[in-house]
Design a protein around this ligand. Structure first.
Ligand code: FAD
Length: 460
């Protein structure tokens, strides 16, 4: 990796995660000089502590399930156990190869990687290890951290995803605090690895930000898998001793397990970084930006998880690319958060883009049509043995404004779903296209055929 050979750049970026490095790569492509500062490894949360390592664990979990359930397909295997050090070695191999590739990309585009903790010391300057670097444009991209509940210390067997990712054993039992994306993904992995899992969620549903039909379908599937969950009940306190963790809920119920995963959301990493001192407008730690990702300080932008909204790696990529193109005067367009695709990679997967039925009804009243195509009619889903659906939300006589899916592997369908919603396609537009047989993707076609009034493998 190149070290900085200069201290002044066209674009100076604080944070080398998804948002920061995407901005660096695109800025360099556009001929701008770039300084990229990170106190840790290039790639940030997603590559080292988030998306990639968790999805590697989820893949290992899928292999365990396949092995456990193979007799159903007439293939006799025995699942002898989960070798966590070996699982971790596989995961680290994946992360390591991607990390090397990313370092190569940054180097080949002549981005100066500056290693160390940075602090904004002026509207266009950041200090790292006693050296002040300047940028005609400064991009804040310092990401997020796993939150805990006030008074609940993260130590020992009370952990966040950061520690849970590095376990070298499979716990016998786990309590997962939080039924959002990270909570249900870890619950899924541990159940597949043989743990006894209980999720505690204060809201009435798992994955509460999804369309209620998806939440309910996931709850049915988790019940079937033997994953326990307690909904609409708040956590009160937790203690730990040599026997494990002991959790009390607000209704007085107590739960015991080997460990407690705290997965209640992520807060912005902005504390002590000089943002407020330099006059950057903030709210509860978040950096406020306008619709061009500009802060209130001229030439200072913010991207990714430190800005209020969805916390997703591909939102960070979009932000980073957007800011680079904005700086280069290209007048880029931005996809709004509501139309950013989302996938939860538990078993079964949940994937969505656009408005939920409830959001659409709140905005358009009765001018909303919803249709659910059941995967029971889809050949490939039957072959895989998965249940679920693809639900479309349409503005009456208009475009499809939301697509919501549940089922094994449905995350792979999100690509077409986001094209449909973001290109404002009508059911009739999609119904003229062809979906290969037998794929799960056919279910996407079938759902649109049905809404266009010409269902094939569905009842009218
Ligand atoms: C367990 C887990 C699973 C996830 N799974 C997914 C998923 O499947 N799909 C998805 O889209 N998203 C997923 N995410 C979310 C995704 O990881 C984040 O949205 C994304 O990483 C945000 O990118 P970012 O650039 O804003 O911040 P980050 O990736 O957090 O990067 C910020 C960088 O800034 C650096 N930094 C911070 N402060 C300083 C400082 N003062 N000086 C120098 N450097 C500093 C940090 O070292 C870090 O490298 C997951 C997150 C977690 C925790």
């Amino acid at each position: 990796m190149t070290s900085a050979d200069s201290t002044s750049f066209d674009v100076l970026i604080l944070g080398g995660g998804s948002g920061g490095y995407a901005c660096a790569l695109r800025s360099a492509e556009l001929g701008l000089t770039v300084g990229l500062i990170d106190k840790d490894k290039l790639g940030g949360t997603c590559l080292h502590r988030g998306c990639i390592p968790t999805k590697a664990l989820l893949h290992a979990a899928e292999v365990a399930d396949s092995s456990r359930e193979s007799a159903h397909f007439g293939v006799n295997t025995t699942l002898q156990g989960i070798d966590m050090p070996k699982v971790n070695e596989y995961r680290d191999g994946v992360v390591g190869r991607l990390y090397k590739g990313l370092q190569g990309l940054v180097k080949s585009r002549d981005v100066s990687f500056i290693e160390g903790e940075g602090k904004l010391v002026g509207p266009n300057s950041i200090e790292v290890n006693g050296t002040v670097y300047t940028g005609k444009h400064v991009v804040l991209a310092t990401g997020s951290y796993a939150k805990s509940i006030p008074g609940l210390e993260i130590t020992g067997n009370i952990m966040t995803s950061d520690q849970a990712l590095n376990l070298d054993y499979v716990p016998n039992s786990v309590i997962v605090l939080g039924g959002g994306v990270i909570g249900v993904e870890f619950a899924s992995v541990w159940k597949s690895f043989g743990s006894d899992v209980t999720i505690v969620e204060g809201l009435p549903h798992l994955v509460p930000n999804e369309d209620e039909a998806c939440s309910k379908a996931l709850e049915r599937a988790y019940r079937k898998r033997g994953i326990n969950f307690i909904l609409g009940t708040k956590f009160a306190s937790a203690t730990q001793d040599a026997n494990g963790v002991h959790v009390t809920l607000e209704d007085g119920k107590t739960l015991d397990a080997d460990l407690l995963l705290v997965a209640i959301g992520r807060g912005p990493s902005t504390d002590g970084m000089g943002y407020e001192a330099q006059g950057v407008a903030m709210e509860r730690g978040w950096v406020l930006v306008d619709d061009r990702l500009r802060t209130n300080v001229p030439n200072v932008y913010a991207v990714g998880d430190i800005t209020p909204g969805l916390q997703l790696a591909h939102r960070g990529f979009q932000h980073g690319i957007f800011v680079a193109e904005e700086i280069a005067g290209m007048n880029p367009i931005m996809i709004e958060d509501i139309n950013i695709p989302k996938v939860t990679y538990c078993e079964p997967e949940v994937a969505s883009v656009g408005m939920t039925e409830a959001q659409a009804k709140a905005q358009f009243g009765d001018d909303v049509v919803a249709y659910e195509y059941n995967l029971g009619g889809n050949g490939k889903s039957q072959i895989l043995g998965t249940a679920g659906f693809i639900k479309l939300v349409q503005k009456k006589d208009g475009p499809v404004i939301g697509i919501h899916m549940v089922g094994s592997r449905v995350g792979e369908q999100i690509g077409e779903a986001q094209l449909i919603v973001n290109w404002e396609a009508t059911p009739e537009d999609v119904a003229t296209l062809i979906h290969a047989h037998p794929t799960q993707n056919e279910a996407m076609g079938e759902a649109h055929l049905a809404l266009a009034g010409k269902p094939l493998h569905a009842h009218a």
